[in-house]
Design a protein around this ligand. Structure first.
Ligand code: F6R
Length: 607
């Protein structure tokens, strides 16, 4: 994830900006930069690679100025290079940015037609150029930003610094978090509170859709509708925190809410957004040669694999078997040459998954690890690694790792399909465009939280809960049930919709809530039949669907959670949000230890 820092200070800020960026290094980056106002004029210094390269440059050419913004960039659009590093500056404005501007291609085409010449391959520069155009036409910096923000589609965070405006900085949050720090005659901005630790312990957090105008006197925050709003200042221990909860009660909530940001990062890593293609790193085997795939993992990671089975079979037409690692390792599954084994693990240390990896290698399989911890044993022992780049996951219940596993596996499925000549270029472009929309769709899905909190009050009274889904929503039903039981201790089961009448229907009565995960897809009608079966027996249905599905589900006793319409392939990622929020709110109501549920460990290194 990229890191953003801003300071309106009382003395030279360049060094402080770098110090603050250093605290964001844990997010990962491959270039960095600073912009300050020296004698009122915008100056920019950027360097490829680590912060020490930027520091060397700053040693040689020190930057003055009491106002500055800084950035650590993990390459998204355009390769890691000085030219693509942030800040991106025009004559009038410098911008740093985290996230994806979905409609940057349209905006770029429009600006190019007006004669604007771009100096980088990034989506960010579009924002700088748009604001510059507005200012050139006579608008004030605040009016220019107000004009541009509604034109940007996607999930992102932005910070702006303006030429000849030494007492002004503007920040905007849409999907990616931003914290504001209050000093004594100084103001600060950071991607999180950790970045601001050396300067202040008084922090407020921008909420979704907010944008803020900072001066040394304070900050004026406006919400999405332009209304001036107050965001409470909290006292955060300024100590050297490594990870913090932001303004959330639990790490799990923070990790649910940061998914638009982290998944944008994962997709950016595996996609070439300009070319609208999947761009995996070089792998030590030929994707076109893969004859069959075995996926093995535990718990949530296994369910990510089970979703990927559908994608791999659809896009790459390869036979796939998905297996619980503790079974796979002992079953002595015959694995014939030409096969690929994909092991999926957040921690990269799960004993059964590691043993499965070793078994697959003994059988002559190529092993690909999809992990969050790139230095883990599983990553080291695999033939190749695709890191999911979710950042540290602290809550024991896995959330952002799951969706980033899905994002990585979705890209892999498309890459194999393309390598085998089964996906046309147009199919690939269409899928990549759909992937680019996921961060924004997740931001929309998070808005269901208050509604989910209310319905969780009913769920918290249940003894058992059933989750149903078909297609890729079946593994998501399994994941929903796992999430609920592990953190709320309510018994829950996930089933494929079609299996209902083969047994679980016997459980249904008026005390049994049934969560049905059913976007309006080609098998929606079948799911409606399942809902009718449940309703006829008095079961209470919670339907997670889209507007079309909601309109067509004429079944009694249905509560509906309605998500935007979206392409079927991205549904499991976006629908994960309500599924996770249902478990989270129910657990909070039950008063359990959400981040460290009883009997569970984050990393299971024993059998
Ligand atoms: C559930 C959960 C576990 C893990 C499982 C595998 O929320 O977190 O089911 O998914 O223990 O762990 P990793 O992914 O570290 O191999």
């Amino acid at each position: 994830m990229c890191g953003i820092v801003g300071i309106l200070g009382k003395s030279a800020v360049a060094e402080k900006v770098v110090e603050s960026l250093r605290r964001l290094e844990y997010r990962g980056y491959d270039s960095a930069g600073v912009a300050t106002l020296e004698h009122g004029r915008l100056e920019v210094c950027r360097a490829e690679g680590k912060l020490k390269n930027l520091e060397h440059k700053l040693d040689k050419h020190p930057m003055g100025g009491h106002s500055g913004i800084g950035h650590t960039r993990w390459a998204t659009h355009g390769k890691p290079s000085e030219r693509n590093a942030h800040p991106h500056a025009t004559k009038r404005v410098a911008v740093v940015h985290n996230g994806i501007i979905e409609n940057f291609r349209e905006l770029k085409t429009e600006l190019e037609a007006e004669g604007v010449v771009f100096r980088s391959d990034t989506d960010t520069e579009v924002v700088a150029q748009l604001v510059d155009r507005q200012m050139l036409a006579g608008k004030s910096p605040v009016a220019a930003v107000a004009e541009v923000l509604p034109r940007l589609k996607g999930a992102f965070a932005l910070a702006f610094l303006f030429d000849r405006e030494a007492d002004l900085m503007i920040a905007a949050r849409r999907g990616s978090p931003l914290a504001i720090g209050y000093g004594d005659g100084e103001m600060f901005l950071g991607s999180d509170a950790i970045a601001l630790g050396p300067f202040t312990d008084r922090i407020s957090y921008l909420e979704e859709g907010d944008w803020a105008v900072l001066t040394r006197e304070g900050v004026e925050v406006r919400d999405e509708s332009g209304r001036i709003v107050e965001r409470p200042i909290q006292k955060v221990p300024a100590g050297a925190l490594l990870v913090d909860k932001g303004n959330h009660r639990h790490f799990m909530a923070k990790e649910i809410y940061e998914q638009p940001e982290v998944i944008a990062h994962t997709f950016s890593h595996y996609l070439d957004l300009s070319a609208e293609t999947v761009a995996l790193p070089d792998l030590p085997f030929d994707l076109a040669e893969i004859q069959h795939i075995s996926i093995t993992a535990c718990g949530t990671a296994l369910y990510a694999g089970a979703v990927a089975e559908y994608w791999l079979e659809r896009f790459a037409r390869v036979p796939v078997s998905t297996d619980i690692a503790s079974e796979f390792r002992y079953r002595e599954t015959p694995l014939t040459p030409g096969g690929l084994t994909i092991v999926i693990s957040q921690s990269g240390e799960t004993a059964d998954t590691l043993a499965s990896l070793r078994y697959a290698k003994e059988c002559g399989q190529k092993v690909l690890a999809v992990v969050n911890v790139p230095t883990s044993t599983i990553a080291r022992e695999a033939d190749a690694v695709l890191p999911i780049l979710a950042g540290p996951e602290i809550g024991v219940a896995s959330t952002k790792a799951f969706t980033c596993q899905l994002a990585t596996l979705a890209c892999l499925s498309v890459a194999i399909g393309r390598a085998k000549g089964l996906l046309s270029q147009e199919d690939e472009h269409r899928l990549v465009r759909a992937f680019m929309e996921v961060p924004r769709l997740m931001t929309e899905a998070l808005k269901l939280s208050p509604e989910i909190e209310v319905l969780s009050r009913t769920l918290a009274k249940a003894r058992d809960v059933l989750y149903l889904g078909r297609g890729t929503n079946f593994p998501l039903a399994l994941e929903g049930a796992l999430k609920l039981k592990e953190i709320s201790y309510i018994h829950a089961e996930g089933y494929a919709g079609g299996e209902l009448k083969h047994g679980p229907i016997a459980l249904i009565d008026e005390t049994m809530p049934v969560v049905v995960i059913a976007p309006h897809d080609r098998i929606f009608d079948k799911t409606v039949s399942n809902m009718e079966e449940v309703a006829a027996r008095g079961g209470k249905i919670i339907l997670v669907t889209d507007p079309k599905g909601a309109a067509q589900a004429h079944v009694d006793a249905v509560q509906k959670l309605i998500l935007p319409e979206m392409p079927a392939t991205v549904c499991p990622m976006v629908y994960s949000i309500p599924v996770q929020l249902i478990a989270y709110h129910t657990a909070v109501i039950m008063g359990t230890d959400v981040d460290q549920p009883r009997n569970l460990a984050k990393s299971v290194t024993v059998e």
